[in-house]
Design a binder for this molecule. Structure first.
Ligand code: NDP
Ligand code: 2IT
Length: 446
């Protein structure tokens, strides 16, 4: 029954969503992991829970016209996919990157549903973005684009309806411009976006949360194997928000980060990455990681971003983008003795690579669980906005740590209950699925 069930669901997904490979990949992973649950609990099959879950509640696509610094009119495409609101308002980031199309936003929105369920906070799942490329654009161009994007998005979102945040290419600057435009159009000051500035409704720790949460989660993976961070060699791909704050926490805990990257290539610094340099280049100057090697003699830059996975490491934290680890990279990680992977990025490992790594005994902390600290802290930002109160850094950080521990425990318990002890990939999918499935069952066919 299981195999047929997955095949039937996936045939329908592929037919209804042609040429959206990333979405097919994300849907197949969940379907394969939860079919044993559906086998045991026939009420899920009868109510067609999984069939409903793979169909977004609402998909919005819109034109985003804006004027560049030369006075030329440009046109981009905007997206917001509101996937599932069974356990709370749609919640999830906005991605601005030239590769964005409906299939990427759908894979991200679909995964967000299960991730958000794991956080223990009451948020549904959604995702949005645009094929706009902020790289090389002036602040004025980014502002005009964000304003035009919000001129349409505002009518679909709201603090109790849908609460966007950042993702690739959307950080504090973009959230500021979008929040300003929302406030201007609607004449309301509400928690409609998260990742806001600290002086205007933001939460302490939100900036650091995904990276810190990732490290808290992998700490539990290490402890379960009787190990600690002390002396561990770690490769962290990317050099954006997630990578930077994961590295900061790793260094605090005694690990040695020896490599980071961006889409142009990777740097190896056997003396340990100097994070101050990375932060200046990336957060202040909006430059390239290759510039790091110009400043540090101990470092070497190599073009090609996937090359980072040939660098020998004990722990790998892919924190750049989807499918950055294919079987070739996975083989090289295994050969070089990497024992643990914590997914900072969403779906950074291809399905074949996941199978290869699990077979080789590598422990994988899957994205839905390991990078959930960001959205969990967004939910804490929403709570503070509702209360019109601000918590201290330590308070939010403690809550984040508790949430990451809870997520780890949910994954291990679900994996064990369904006969896959130790497999956190299966555990995350099952635990997230059951929570949303039960809410959908209770609320009827809507
Ligand atoms: P940023 O935009 O801050 O940084 C992205 C980093 O990844 C940059 O170094 C970028 O390099 C690199 N990168 C992006 N796209 C590609 C690509 N196609 N190929 C190679 N390298 C690439 O984004 P974040 O740090 O916020 O996001 C990183 C990952 O973490 C994403 O997968 C995101 O979905 C996920 N994530 C983010 C959360 C958050 O709170 N921000 C929460 C949970 C997950 P370059 O500058 O050269 O493009
Ligand atoms: O992938 C993610 O979880 C995010 N980009 C963060 C979403 C959020 O709403 O904070």
């Amino acid at each position: 029954m299981s195999r047929q069930y997955v095949d039937a669901i996936m045939a329908a997904v592929v037919e209804r969503n042609p040429a959206e490979e990333e979405f097919h990949q994300a849907a197949r992973e969940v379907a394969e992991c939860v079919c044993s649950v559906v086998d045991k609990r026939s009420e899920y099959a009868r109510a067609r829970i999984l069939e409903r879950m793979v169909e977004p509640e609402r998909q919005i696509m819109f034109r985003v016209p804006w004027v560049d610094d030369d006075g030329d009119v440009r046109v981009n495409r905007g997206f917001r996919v509101e996937f599932n609101s069974a356990i709370g308002p749609y919640k999830g980031g906005l991605r601005f990157h030239p590769s964005v199309y409906l299939g990427i936003i759908k894979f991200l929105g679909f995964e967000q549903v299960f991730k958000n369920a794991l956080t223990t906070t009451p948020i549904g799942g959604g995702k949005g973005g645009s094929d706009f490329d902020p790289k090389g654009k002036s602040d004025g161009e980014v502002m005009r684009f964000c304003q035009s994007f919000m001129n349409e998005l505002y009518r679909h979102i709201g603090p109790d309806t849908d609460v966007p945040a950042g993702d690739i290419g959307v950080g504090a600057r973009e959230i500021g411009y979008m929040f300003g435009q929302y406030r201007k159009i609607t004449n309301t000051f509400t928690g409609v976006l998260t990742g806001k500035g600290i002086g205007w409704g933001g939460s302490l720790v939100r900036t650091e949360a995904t990276g810190y949460g990732l490290v808290y989660f992998v700490t539990r993976m290490l402890e379960a194997a009787g190990q600690s961070w002390e002396g561990k060699r770690v490769a962290v791909s990317g050099s954006g928000n997630v990578a930077i704050y994961a590295t900061q926490k790793l260094q605090e805990l005694g690990a040695k980060v020896i490599a980071m990257s961006d889409s142009g290539g990777y740097v190896v610094d056997e003396d340990g990455i100097k994070l101050d340099t990375v932060r200046r280049i990336k957060e202040v100057e909006r430059g390239r990681i290759s510039e790091y090697a110009d400043e540090h003699q101990s470092a070497e830059f190599t073009p090609g971003h996937r090359g980072i996975w040939t660098v020998p490491c004990d722990v790998a934290l892919p924190s750049a983008t989807q499918n950055e680890i294919d079987t070739e990279q996975a083989e090289s990680l295994v050969e070089n003795g990497c024992g643990f992977i914590g997914e900072g990025a969403n779906m950074p490992t291809t399905s074949d690579a996941v199978d290869l790594l699990l077979d080789a005994g590598v422990v994988i902390g899957p994205a839905k669980a390991a990078n959930a600290g960001g959205v969990a802290t967004s939910a804490l930002e929403m709570t503070q906005n509702s209360m019109r109160l601000n918590w201290s850094f330590a308070e939010v950080d403690n809550k984040l740590r508790t949430i990451m521990n809870d997520i780890y425990d949910q994954c291990t318990a679900a994996a064990e209950e369904f006969g896959q002890a130790g497999n956190l990939v299966a555990g995350a999918n099952i635990a997230g699925f059951v929570k949303v499935a039960d809410a959908m069952l209770a609320q009827g066919v809507v």
